[in-house]
Design a binder for this molecule. Structure first.
Ligand SMILES: Nc1ncnc2c1ncn2[C@@H]1O[C@H](COP(=O)(O)OP(=O)(O)O)[C@@H](O)[C@H]1O
Ligand SMILES: [Mg+2]
Length: 160
C-alpha cells in the first residue's frame, strides 16, 4: 500500500512537470489551501511569477503563502516600493510588485539578480520586465477571475 501510494505521488509530480496544475479558490480565505498545495507540489522551487489582471488575487496569494510558512506579519501590496520583505531567519519572502517599474535598469539598481540567487522565496507580480533575469527554472502562477469570489490558478514549471 505504501509503495503504491508513493508511486502515485511520483506520478503526480511527473504530471506537474509536464501539465499545469489547476487550483481554485472559491473565496479569499481559500487562498491558504492554494498556497498549501503549491508548497506541496513544488517543494524545491523558490521563484514564482504571478500574472493576472488587477484584482485577480496575486497579493492575496502572497499573504496566504506567508501565513502558510508561519510568517505572521501584516502584508500589504507594495505599491510604492518595488520589493517588500516578510519574515526573518530561514523563512523569508521577497515580494516584488513590478507594476510601476519603468525599465529593467531599476532592477539592476536594486540588485534584483542577488535576490534570485539567494535561497529565499521570491514572488514577482507583473514579471514581464524581469523576464531576462529569471533562472532556467521557476514556477509560473496564472491567476484568473472566474466570478466575484472565485479564482482559478494555473501552476506550471517554466523552462523545465
Ligand atoms: N477567491 C478569491 N481569491 C482571492 N481574492 C479574492 C477572491 N474572491 C474575491 N477576492 C478579492 O479580490 C481581490 C484580490 O486583490 P489582490 O489580491 O490585491 O489582487 P492582485 O494582487 O492580483 O491585483 C481582493 O479584494 C479579494 O478580497
Ligand atoms: Mg497585487
Amino acid at each position: 500500500m505504501i509503495i503504491s501510494k508513493s508511486l502515485t505521488f511520483a506520478e503526480e509530480m511527473k504530471d506537474t512537470m509536464t501539465q499545469p496544475l489547476i487550483l481554485h479558490a472559491y473565496d479569499p480565505d481559500e487562498m491558504i489551501y492554494v498556497a498549501e498545495n503549491i508548497l506541496k507540489k513544488f517543494p524545491d522551487q523558490r521563484i514564482f511569477t504571478l500574472t493576472g489582471d488587477l484584482g485577480a488575487g496575486k497579493t492575496t496569494f502572497v499573504k496566504a503563502l506567508a501565513k502558510e510558512l508561519g510568517i505572521d506579519e501584516n502584508i500589504s501590496s507594495p505599491t510604492f516600493s518595488i520589493v517588500h520583505e516578510y519574515g526573518s531567519g530561514d523563512e523569508i519572502i521577497y515580494h516584488f510588485d513590478l507594476y510601476r517599474l519603468k525599465n529593467e535598469l531599476e532592477l539592476f539598481e536594486i540588485g534584483f539578480e542577488e535576490y534570485l540567487d539567494g535561497e529565499h522565496y521570491v514572488l514577482i507580480e507583473w514579471p514581464e520586465l524581469a523576464q531576462k533575469f529569471l533562472p532556467e527554472q521557476y514556477v509560473s502562477l496564472k491567476f484568473e477571475v472566474e466570478d466575484e469570489n472565485s479564482r482559478r490558478i494555473i501552476c506550471s514549471i517554466e523552462n523545465a
